[in-house]
Design a protein around this ligand. Structure first.
Ligand SMILES: [Mn+2]
Length: 198
């Protein structure tokens, strides 16, 4: 879990391995060193230590390629995972000032934006390291008051913040924990990232 407070955004993430496992194959990457936050939420195929290590390799690649644009970044992830177990991921940038969002999502990670205009993030079928379509770069803009939640498939796609009591008043870290506790599946690693726009 990590907490980041900024003028217009607070971000937190929370995850847990599935029952009986010490390591999770889910991985969250956040780099807010520039004008925008570069982020990724990854679910590596399989479970436990081998899946954790795939996530770690992707994190290392993302750290080494801070200034690479998103299409090239996802191509590099695809190359990195050739011949192995593979992974699904949502990778993007969110501008901390304008709240402009751009992202590519391949596989069964999922995300929703809650606010005046509720919507889901777009995704494409595929798996990094095995087969991916030509990546589509999607653009969106968040508004003050919006809450964006990004999840691995260990969290039900039917999750709704309205089912978490008092969610409007909860800080990002408590919200992330509540999403995992309330909507996490016991037979998978479950991870989410919560973005609150002030
Ligand atoms: Mn999963």
């Amino acid at each position: 879990m990590a907490d980041h407070n900024r003028e217009r955004l607070s971000i937190s993430h929370f995850g847990r391995a599935f029952r009986g496992e010490h390591y999770s194959g889910d991985m969250v990457y956040l780099d807010d060193s520039g004008d925008s936050v570069t982020f990724a939420i990854v679910d590596a195929a399989g479970h436990g230590r081998p899946a954790f290590e795939i996530g770690y390799r992707i994190k290392t690649l993302l750290k080494a390629n801070r200034d690479t644009e998103l299409s090239a970044l996802v191509a590099a992830i695809h190359d990195l995972l050739q011949g192995g177990a593979g992974a699904v991921a949502l990778v993007g940038h969110l501008n901390k000032v304008t709240l402009d969002l751009s992202y590519i999502q391949i596989g069964d990670t999922h995300g929703k934006i809650f606010g005046r205009d509720p919507r889901s993030l777009a995704r494409q079928d595929g798996m990094f390291g095995h087969s991916i379509p030509t990546p589509k770069l999607h653009h969106d803009t968040l508004s003050s008051g919006d809450i964006m939640v990004l999840c691995t498939d260990g969290i039900s796609v039917r999750f709704e913040l309205a089912e978490i009591s008092g969610y409007r008043a909860l800080p990002a870290d408590r919200l992330a924990q509540s999403v995992v506790a309330q909507f996490g599946k016991h037979h998978d690693d479950a991870t989410c990232v919560v973005w609150r726009c002030h």
